[in-house]
Design a protein. Sequence first.
Length: 212
Amino acid sequence: MSDGWPEPDRPRPLAGEDLPPEPRQERSRRTQEAVVAAALDLFAEHGYDGTSMADIAARAGVAVGAVYRHYRTKRQLLLVLVDRMIGEIAGLDLVVPAGGDPLAGLTGTLWTALATDARYVGAYRAWVGLCARDPQLAAVDRQLVDWSAARLAGLLATARDAPGGRTDLDVPATARLLALLFWRLLLEPDFDEERTVLALSVLLGHLLFTDR
């Protein structure tokens, strides 16, 4: 993060959840990962309401009881997926590399972030649908936007201070607009990572830097 923009605390969708113990045996860990992968695929294909625990078990090639040994409910399984997504995003180093073209560095960073989001697009779409009727999760979703905006603010502040950066950039407001845009993009049925990043690079070039 840029100086003056400390790393914010990440949202915790699993806070307060009574999760079963983590498996110790390799076979159980493989089963758990198969269940997670199956749920991610099915949420993307059929949505949250269109997916059952029996469906997940069938796709994973395990008995339905095995799914319940790892996750007590379908809701809890979705929260695990969203928590994994947030964890991967939190692990990204959102920085504009020193030297070279700052716009190219910024675009590369955003490409990595969007690629991470795209891997979980099914879980995120299911999450948004569930948030619409679950006030507790809706509060976490607002935290997710706030957290994303805070992380982007550090990135934008670095770009603003780079050669050619627009010194009058309203970093917090711009960061929030971009955070809302990024998450909204994942809900598009024809979401295209490559075209999105290319379009964003043009947009950000004019938004963040003086025309060269």
